[in-house]
Design a protein around this ligand. Structure first.
Ligand SMILES: Cc1ncc(COP(=O)(O)O)c(C=O)c1O
Length: 308
């Protein structure tokens, strides 16, 4: 069986090195800096994770010609893994909650990936348990384990975090982002804190599922974040605080980003911008606050974001 790492096709070289966009909000006279992760080739921040996990597995001889990459995901990771799998020639099988937007299923299938839906009775944990059972039965299965794989946070530390530092000339006072796996917050947080120990690392979470704030997870419309589970990777993040954003506010800001800034992004991007703006207002006009625009809006046509 061939276990050698496969060459990186050109499309995968487009991952990372995304732009950092200044966004000025005149009503409060604050400028935020937003990392445009929706510019990654499959349209989300998760392209970084998919590429680093697959190439790490290749380098450790864990992927073979007959391997099946199997992951439980709210969607974006599935799309990214399907893209990387298509480009490198691996079979990809995605377990996805029934509640994830239908566009995500279509996109995974368009890349040649297989989709299996599950009822998320216990949030992400339901799908994670199912993926482990399937892997125990089938030796061809490789589990990227995005929720616990340390490579996830390491890659954000080495690349996303360092890109932000270089784009901000080393001057960052606060970093604000939502969490799915916690990889972005943990990894970027580590990189930023290594340069400035006083930088504030803040988690955005849906007001309806404020688990870090000690509340019960409930249904919210900020897809991709807070899946009813506080992931192990997030526990290692040194957070300075949590900012709750309601789904309605997130949707309103996401629409505003499209209509006033020309940024066609998904709902978690709007939520991140609200949380970052609140932080900038609180910290003062000199504070340099960075956040993430996680993905593109086109994968939300069937959701409340477009229901108007
Ligand atoms: C739209 C969106 N926003 C934010 C995140 C959070 O990223 P992370 O998993 O690094 O915490 C995700 C992750 O799935 C996502 O899909």
């Amino acid at each position: 069986m061939a276990t050698l790492a496969r060459p990186r096709p050109p499309v995968l070289s487009l991952i990372g090195n995304t732009a950092l966009i200044p966004l000025h909000f005149a009503e409060v006279d604050r400028t935020l800096y937003a990392k445009a992760e929706f510019l990654n080739p499959s349209g989300s921040i998760k392209d970084r994770l998919a590429l680093c996990i697959v190439e790490d597995a290749e380098s450790r001889g864990l992927l073979h010609d007959h391997s099946i990459i199997l992951e439980c995901t709210s969607g974006n990771t599935g799309i990214s893994l399907a893209m990387v799998g298509a480009a490198k020639g691996y079979r990809v099988h995605i377990l996805m909650s029934e509640s994830a937007s239908i566009e995500r299923r279509h996109l995974i299938r368009q890349f040649g990936g297989e989709v299996q839906l599950f009822k998320a009775t216990n949030g992400y944990a339901t799908g994670i348990d199912l993926s482990r059972e399937m892997a125990a039965r089938d030796p061809r299965i490789f589990l990227p384990r995005q929720f616990e794989n340390p490579i996830n946070a390491q890659d954000h530390e080495e690349y996303t975090g360092r890109e932000i530092l270089s784009q901000m000339h080393g001057l960052v006072d606060a970093f604000v982002a939502g969490y799915g796996t916690g990889g972005t917050l943990t990894g970027c947080g580590r990189a930023l804190r290594a340069t400035n120990p006083k930088v504030r690392i803040l988690a955005m979470e849906p007001a309806e599922a404020a688990m870090l704030s000690g509340e019960m997870p409930c249904c919210h419309s900020i897809e991709g974040v807070a899946g009813g589970y506080v992931p192990p990777l997030l526990r290692t993040a040194q957070l300075d605080g949590v900012i709750k954003v309601s789904s309605a506010d997130a949707i309103a800001m996401t629409r505003r980003l499209s209509r006033e800034f020309g940024l066609l992004v998904g709902t978690s991007s709007g939520a991140n911008v609200i949380a970052a703006l609140r932080t900038a207002v609180e910290m003062g006009p000199e504070a340099r606050v960075v956040t993430i625009l996680c993905d593109r809006a086109e994968r939300y046509y069937s959701t409340k974001l477009f229901a108007n």
